[in-house]
Design a protein around this ligand. Structure first.
Ligand code: NAD
Length: 480
């Protein structure tokens, strides 16, 4: 059975304690590889390697750094199909999605920051009348920790690593233990691209062991984390007293506001996607759908009809719309929310059942589920389910829609469907979320700030925001 290895100091190695975890294939429930159950000793070795590599990497020219990042992007592009197959097998997502979204985006992340680092500049402030000039140096932080989740494995891993490296830092990174495979392959790609040893170290294992060891390590100056709000809270509690820089991209419970004056066909098609893409396991999925009363019954009928057409199947089948959920534990968690729906005065309109697929009977398949709720205060509307489950509910007025949208602890993204520009602007101003999409969804320009408000996180990724996060500004004031 394949054994994934840690990538430390430019070499692949086994965990020091010779301790291993099972890695499951969600499409059939079988263990198909072993991953290192690393601990603080492996992290220590990674930190030592990163420390040794830092002086040369942080002083490398922008051109050299940019060239290596481009080579990593080339390596991902060259191995696109292999990486997409690995991602799909590891995560359960349709291969078609990994081929068209996950892996191309991971490639773009490296490409984007290979270019962005050559355009990143610091400010100068001339204090006129005082014969003084100030300028700001932006120094890399040193060693930084990047910790990512399982839903978009290589996509989110690279979204952190690329800017951290571009800014001149050395990185100790940990992918999710649930989906480690493409991070392992990224190590090979970095080796082939000529990334100097120790600049990027990828350590595999459990959050509580090796993740915690990264966060606690005194030499790690910043943590860029994407994952659940509860984990983010725990990380903040550990890192804040050590005065580490923190970027936390956390959970969401995103509202999708649909007005009667919207482009109905476009809205319907996109809403199916924003509800169920990647089995609803995207932090940006619109999991709470609110529909203007006038078109509520029509929407309900049409939406349920469209959802029923989605094909649940094995991830490698090109016709599959809904693949497997990522793990047995996650499937059980999502199913529990569905089973509790009747006790919350909510009605399952379609889906809700586990699905058995021939020759893949032990896979983690679940029907896409639409639940009609009576109140925005029920658990189904207040807690992040993070699976193929959406709720729908009518609203009467724009103000009521806004109230529903904001009446939740999260504030990651939101979607508004309307052809009224005034309304779109009013709502965009008032919605408590880091991202507002109007008449579109998951439409991303990598230059824009990405992140959440409220319990969805702290800080922003994307564009120069990430380069700013991964550097320490130092002002120099010269009198002449
Ligand atoms: P998770 O919080 O369980 O794990 C995320 C990562 O943190 C994993 O690598 C895990 O091993 C690690 N970890 C766990 N405990 C740790 C600790 N004590 N110290 C250090 N690291 C630790 O999240 P998950 O279940 O993998 O991912 C799903 C969650 O991620 C959802 O809540 C989803 O909304 C969120 N998410 C957010 C965004 C965003 O951009 N805001 C994007 C994707 C996913």
């Amino acid at each position: 059975m394949q054994r994934i290895k840690n990538y430390i100091n430019g070499k692949f190695q086994e965990p020091k304690a010779d301790n291993w975890l099972d890695n499951y294939n969600p499409s059939n429930g079988e263990v198909y590889s072993k991953i290192p159950n690393s601990d603080e000793k492996d992290i220590e070795e990674a930190v030592i390697a990163a420390k040794k590599a830092f002086p040369a990497w942080s002083n490398s020219t922008l051109e050299d750094r940019s060239q290596v990042l481009h080579k990593i992007a080339d390596g991902i592009e060259k191995r696109l199909v292999e990486l997409a197959e690995a991602e799909s097998k590891d995560n359960g997502k349709p291969l078609s999605l990994a081929l068209t979204v996950d892996i191309p985006r991971a490639m773009s992340n490296f490409r984007f920051y290979a270019n962005a680092l050559t355009q990143f500049s610091s400010e100068a402030h001339e204090s006129v009348g005082k014969n003084t000039i100030n300028f700001t140096l932006r120094k890399p932080l040193g060693i930084v920790g990047c910790i990512s989740p399982w839903n978009l494995p290589l996509y989110l891993f690279s979204w952190k690593i690329a800017p951290a490296l571009a800014a001149g830092n050395c990185v100790v990174a940990k992918p999710s233990e649930v989906t480690p495979m493409t991070a392992f392959l990224l190590g090979e790609i970095c080796q082939e691209a000529g990334l100097p040893e120790g600049v990027l170290n990828i350590v595999h294992g459990l959050g509580a062991n090796c993740g915690q060891a990264i966060v606690e390590h005194p030499q790690v100056k910043a943590i860029s984390f994407t994952g659940g709000t509860k984990t983010g809270e725990h990380i903040a509690r550990t890192a804040a007293p050590m005065f580490k820089k923190l970027s936390l991209e956390l959970g969401g419970k995103n509202p999708n506001l649909i007005f009667a004056d919207c482009n109905y066909e476009k809205m319907l098609k996109t809403t199916v996607k924003s509800s169920f893409a990647n089995q609803g396991q995207i932090c940006l999925c619109g999991s709470r759908i609110f529909v203007e009363e006038k078109i509520y019954e029509k929407f309900k009928e049409d939406f349920v009809a469209e959802v029923k057409k989605l094909k649940i199947g094995i991830p490698s089948d090109a016709k599959t719309d809904i693949g497997a959920l990522v793990s047995k534990e996650h499937l059980e968690k999502v199913k529990k929310y569905i089973d509790e729906a009747p006790s919350q005065d909510a009605k399952i309109l379609c889906g809700g059942n586990l699905v058995e697929i021939k020759n893949h009977e032990k896979g983690y398949y679940l029907e896409p589920t639409v639940i009609e709720v009576k109140s925005n205060h029920c658990k189904l509307n207040q807690e992040e389910i993070f699976g193929p489950v959406v709720t729908i509910m009518p609203f009467k007025t724009e103000n009521q829609a806004l109230e529903f949208a904001n009446d939740v602890r999260y504030g990651l993204s939101s979607t508004i469907w309307t052809s009224n520009i005034d309304r779109a602007m009013r709502l965009s101003n008032s919605i408590e979320a880091g991202i507002v999409w109007v008449n579109t969804w998951l439409n991303r320009d990598l230059r824009t700030p990405f992140g959440g408000a409220k319990d969805s996180g702290v800080g922003r990724e994307g564009g120069f925001e990430a380069l700013k996060f991964f550097t320490e500004p130092k002002n120099v004031c010269i009198s002449y």
